[in-house]
Design a protein around this ligand. Structure first.
Ligand SMILES: *[C@@H]1O[C@H](CO)[C@@H](O)[C@H](O)[C@H]1NC(C)=O
Ligand SMILES: *[C@@H]1O[C@H](CO)[C@@H](O)[C@H](O)[C@H]1NC(C)=O
Ligand SMILES: *[C@@H]1O[C@H](CO)[C@@H](O)[C@H](O)[C@H]1NC(C)=O
Ligand SMILES: *[C@@H]1O[C@H](CO)[C@@H](O)[C@H](O)[C@H]1NC(C)=O
Length: 355
């Protein structure tokens, strides 16, 4: 009997188990190969169960922070990064999703023309493109409808549909907005679709939140409105199979309200990490790690991030949550380390939380 079981597992192993170069115990963190250059405000997605892509964001070049079009792909089995064809435009806070072997880049924030006295001026783009992993090529898609453009949305994939909930249209030094509308891209027809009225707006605007689809539901967790410190602790849920029933707000609140968070679902649980705007840490970055069980509607606290970050996205593959790069300090906040003042710090650190 024992032998039979082992044989059965071996067969399963050949076809289904994701190979990983490093191992770690549940509840522990593991360090992985650093991202090729320090980067934050990028999009992160899994391609199948074998690789992870990071797209856009800001990279540091000398003392300058530059928006990038870089697409880099991490192979889980070999723990190695490679660079793929760049996106058609430089973008940060991109809205990204994968269906099959196609990576969708739907808007995001781009550089606005320089304005007098404005050090930072990012605005939403409605430009949308798809990257074919098999051919390493980009193709243009229908742009988002006028007025629907956004970056930093919560993205959920449900069958052929990609949902974008909330987001932001402008990010300047001292000024940012927050969006409450929810729109969808139909990857079969290649068109943008309006949701029914009850589903077309979040209960309240959000950007820099975490979310995604679990089962039939799209979740939007935490995030913020209008600024780094105007954080929220809510869980919003929309049943995508019954959109007429509209958005619901869970009675369960995050243990610590946060925005600039990253996280992903494993099974029916959302894992949420880090964030920016903490009044309690010298860097302004949160180290909190928490898990929300969508079935019991309960939150629990986990071991804090060993390298606390904000401004990244996480992705779950095979019971691990991968967190590439991110910011080590709250953007715009002056932090003095060994006599040197910085107002932002991109990281190349790459780690994973083991569920
Ligand atoms: C993981 O990387 C961080 C940051 O470089 C380092 O401080 C920590 O010691 C590393 N952990 C392990 C187990 O190597
Ligand atoms: C990835 O693995 C999960 C869990 O084993 C499985 O349900 C899913 O179909 C796999 N996805 C792909 C694209 O192979
Ligand atoms: C997506 O578009 C296809 C082709 O037009 C259509 O058949 C399908 O119903 C659409 N899906 C949804 C969920 O609206
Ligand atoms: C996490 O951050 C809190 C402040 O919010 C701090 O008190 C605590 O020491 C930090 N924990 C670790 C393990 O860094």
């Amino acid at each position: 009997m024992r032998l039979l079981e082992i044989a059965g597992l071996a067969v399963l192993g050949l076809f289904e188990v994701t190979v990983t170069a490093t191992s770690c115990k549940p509840g522990e963190w593991v360090n992985l190969s650093s991202v090729p250059e320090p980067r934050q405000e990028h999009g992160t997605v899994a391609i199948g169960n074998t690789s992870i892509a990071i797209l856009g964001g800001n990279v540091e070049k000398g003392s300058d922070k530059m928006m990038t079009d870089l697409l880099q792909i991490y192979d889980i089995a070999s723990d190695k990064w490679r660079t793929a064809s760049p996106a058609p435009y430089k973008v940060n806070h991109p809205n990204v999703a994968v269906i099959g072997r196609k990576l969708y880049l739907l808007g995001g924030l781009v550089e606005a023309p320089p304005s007098p006295g404005m050090s930072l001026n990012w605005v939403a783009s409605k430009s949308s493109h798809v990257y074919d992993v098999s051919t390493d090529t980009w193709t243009a898609l229908s742009p988002m409808p006028n007025g629907a453009e956004r970056g930093s949305a919560i993205v959920g994939v449900y069958g052929e549909m990609i949902y974008l909930a909330g987001g932001m249209t402008v990010l300047q030094a001292g000024y940012q907005d927050a969006v409450d509308s929810v729109i969808a891209f139909n990857t079969t027809s290649g068109t943008w679709q309006r949701l029914v009225e009850a589903a077309a707006e979040l209960p309240e605007s959000r950007q820099h939140a975490v979310g995604g689809v679990v089962g039939d539901s799209l979740y939007v967790i935490g995030g913020r409105r209008y600024g780094q410190k105007n954080v929220r602790d809510t869980v919003f849920e929309l049943n995508l199979a019954d959109q007429g029933a509209g958005w619901k707000t869970s009675d369960a609140r995050m243990p610590v309200a946060r925005g600039g968070i990253n996280g992903a679902a494993v099974g029916t649980k959302f894992y949420i990490f880090g964030g920016e705007g903490s009044p309690d840490t010298p860097t302004g970055v949160f180290n909190q790690s928490e898990v929300f069980d969508t079935e019991s509607q309960k939150w629990s606290e986990l071991k804090p991030m060993p390298v606390p970050r904000h401004g990244t996205q996480a992705v779950a593959v095979g019971g691990r949550i991968y967190i590439p790069g991110g910011g080590l300090q709250q953007d715009g906040k002056e932090v003095v380390t060994n006599g040197v003042t910085t107002t932002g710090k991109e990281s190349a650190h790459f780690d994973a939380y083991c569920v």
